[in-house]
Design a binder for this molecule. Structure first.
Ligand code: SF4
Length: 333
């Protein structure tokens, strides 16, 4: 199975409940950024995400309130580097108590000192390690030597200790497809439970010209689509076909909502035009129809899974063939 059965059933039950309530837009994932403090300053990361002071982090109660208010069945803990969040054990316990699934998105450098002895493995917890290539590329992206070797060692240890582990890779302009394949082979040999590969998006506040245009995304993702038949990719085949330019979708920016020390990020995970302190105001004041249409200049090169995985799922009901493919992908993958 591509995803553990409890994750699949929770997601499906949640969506059925929403459909029965007549809701057509609802969050599936909460990107929770409890802090803007990081122990790295990666090329390609927006500056606000690695310069924040620890004192400016979100209080634990605010994080849990965000999870309650938005109701998403999956919470992705990112940042900043979430292992630096002092209240991480309490935060993870609180989210598990709410029967949600957690992806702890980490550079893995502190797993041995901040996680392994403080947060036990749990079926609702996935450790999601950032790996943007093999040693030379990943250390270049992270702007520090030794990060790749440490991350690989932490993946080994996490698997040996019984954690559910996935990896998360961004494909940049310079990323070679051979290298992506090498990385897939390596992490599969380490026994990881899934790989997420996504195209880089040009954050507004990032200066380097390392991100992909649509044509480059299409070319590279045609190969990623082939690789997904051999490796346990977490992206759906329909989303990968979209990333490869083989089908079109409107965006579903409401499917992935983002809460940060500055408030709810509006309109989407990638664009912070405004930050709103209160959930209801954020949800009701965002012009979802406009952002779904992708007519804004900032949307032109965007193929991010945070906007389009939900679109792929939403469109399934129009195609029984795709529905069957999706079931086979999940249950037989
Ligand atoms: S297309 Fe991309 S940038 Fe535009 S709203 Fe959707 S996720 Fe955000």
């Amino acid at each position: 199975m591509r995803f553990p059965i409890h994750i699949t059933t929770d997601q499906v039950t949640y969506q059925i409940r929403k459909a029965m309530a007549g809701e057509t837009r609802y969050p599936l994932v909460l990107m929770l950024e409890p802090l803007y403090t990081c122990n790295l300053a990666c090329v390609g990361c927006s500056i606000e995400r690695h310069t924040g002071k620890l004192a400016d982090r979100l209080p634990l109660e605010a994080c849990l309130k965000a999870a309650d208010e938005c109701g998403a069945p999956t919470v992705s803990l990112c940042g900043g580097e979430p292992t630096l969040y002092p209240e991480l054990p309490e935060l993870i316990a609180g989210i598990i108590d709410r029967r949600r699934h957690i992806y702890l998105c980490t550079n893995a450098l502190l797993l041995d000192t901040k996680v392994f002895d403080r947060i036990p493995p749990h079926k609702r917890l996935t450790v999601n390690v950032h790996l943007d290539g093999m040693r030379e590329t990943h250390d270049m992206v992270c702007d520090r030597k030794g990060v790749f070797d440490k991350a690989i060692e932490m993946i080994r240890q996490a698997k040996a200790r019984g954690y559910h582990v996935t990896t998360n890779t961004t494909v940049f302009k310079e990323t070679s497809l051979e290298e992506i394949e090498q990385l897939c082979k390596l992490v599969k040999s380490l026994g990881v439970d899934g790989l997420l590969v996504s195209p880089g998006y040009h954050y507004e506040s990032v200066k380097e010209n390392i991100f992909l245009t649509q044509q480059e995304i299409h070319r590279k993702f045609k190969r990623v689509l082939e690789l997904s038949k051999e490796y346990p990719m977490q992206s759906t085949p329909m989303y990968l076909e979209f990333a490869a330019g083989l089908r079109e979708y409107s965006c579903s920016p409401w499917s992935t909502v983002t809460f940060t020390p500055k408030g709810w990020k509006k309109p989407c995970y990638l664009i912070g035009e405004e930050y709103i302190p209160d959930w209801k105001t954020f949800w009701n004041s965002t012009d979802w129809e406009y952002w779904e249409s992708r007519q804004d200049d900032k949307c032109q090169n965007c193929k991010m899974h945070s906007g389009f995985e939900a679109s792929a799922v939403r469109e399934l009901r129009k195609s029984p063939k795709d529905m069957l493919r999706m079931a086979a992908w999940n249950f037989l993958g």
